[in-house]
Design a protein around this ligand. Sequence first.
Ligand SMILES: *Cc1c(COP(=O)(O)O)cnc(C)c1O
Length: 430
Amino acid sequence: MPEPLPVPELLALDRAHVWHPYGPMPGRAEPLVVESASGVRLRLAEPVHGQRELIDGMASWWSAIHGYNHPVLNAAARDQLERMSHVMFGGLTHEPAVRLAARLVEITPEPLRHVFLSDSGSVAVEVAVKMCLQYWRSAGRPAKRRLLTWRGGYHGDTWQPMAVCDPDGGMHRLWSGALPRQIFADAPPAAYEESYAEHLRELVARHADELAAVIVEPVAQGAGGMRFHSPGYLRVLREACDAHGVLLVFDEIATGFGRTGTLFAADRAGVSPDVMCLGKALTGGYLSMAATLCTAEIADGISRGEVPVLAHGPTFMANPLAAAVAGASVDLLLAGDWAREVERLESGLRKGLAAAEGARGVAEVRVLGGIGVVELDHEVDMASATRAAVRAGVWLRPFRNLVYVMPPYVMDDADLAQVCEGVLAAAEAG
Ligand SMILES: *Cc1c(COP(=O)(O)O)cnc(C)c1O
């Protein structure tokens, strides 16, 4: 092991050389240096605003549902590391991937049968889109290659996903003309409205000849605006897609594995998609891995086509280390009472965030499952909001006009109450 870098030197090198998400170069804001993490706490390399440890309200962007440094996941990683951390997946296979795929088929909605394991959520969405386009090409309908989604969505940062992210909040303006032009419905209202259902039906019907698929985040939209909507709209989409020969893709990369209160958000509507994307919490936040699941009909269609293979194969496909940890994470989730834990988070968030309701600068407070959102009526001042949260001993990462949390499921009531205090402090300061 090399000697640890002194913090000032580490930060200087970081600033000089290292990109951060959506950051400029050199970096403007100074990131906090994390030395280690355990349970629901991040340990900083040195105290910041008097805090050496922060309670993590973000679960590292939806992923660390069991908390950090979990003995069961550590053991799975260590055990697999001693066998092999990676082998190519072309012409070879291995138990961690096979077990994981079979497990995912078992727990996801019934018609999903086949699993493509890739290395990140954005790639899982790319694969989903490729599956849909290739399905229609194989069926002799190559004109069906556009996508329909609703505004306010987020599906990742690579090319196809960017094209279905919210056109105002996303990168569309920067890339207009370069991105494929997709079809956008209005953002889904929170409650069920027949006029909005009709809007969805009308768009699917009007564009059916050119539509390969409808792709949406079911029930909760994440990084596009942290908005929730009635599951009834998913049934409307399923019916419209079936009526007009359009595939339905659910991007459950954020909502999967219990976050909204059901194991998958699709379960809340009783609707099965043709394709489903999973990621984020798949490995319990340990390693980068994602999955794209599809029905037998799609797989058969592709495999009977002019190019009778799914033409995709990343170098690190089905990485054994990630697959082993993912398998352990899913087992750990299902062995515990995740539904009660998420319910407990939901009531703790409702109670803890209630004080923001009607406060100055607050537009709306909303909670669903293990997701809590304080929407401000103005763009958040990141620096002061972050400072206020850190002073309260909490790690948050607000964006746009949103201060939000999705804590690890294992967070106890006292820590959750403190996280809510942090959100209130950040919302007030930001
Ligand atoms: C995070 C996210 C993605 C992208 O996943 P990455 O692993 O960041 O590439 C796609 N869709 C949704 C709904 C997400 O929340």
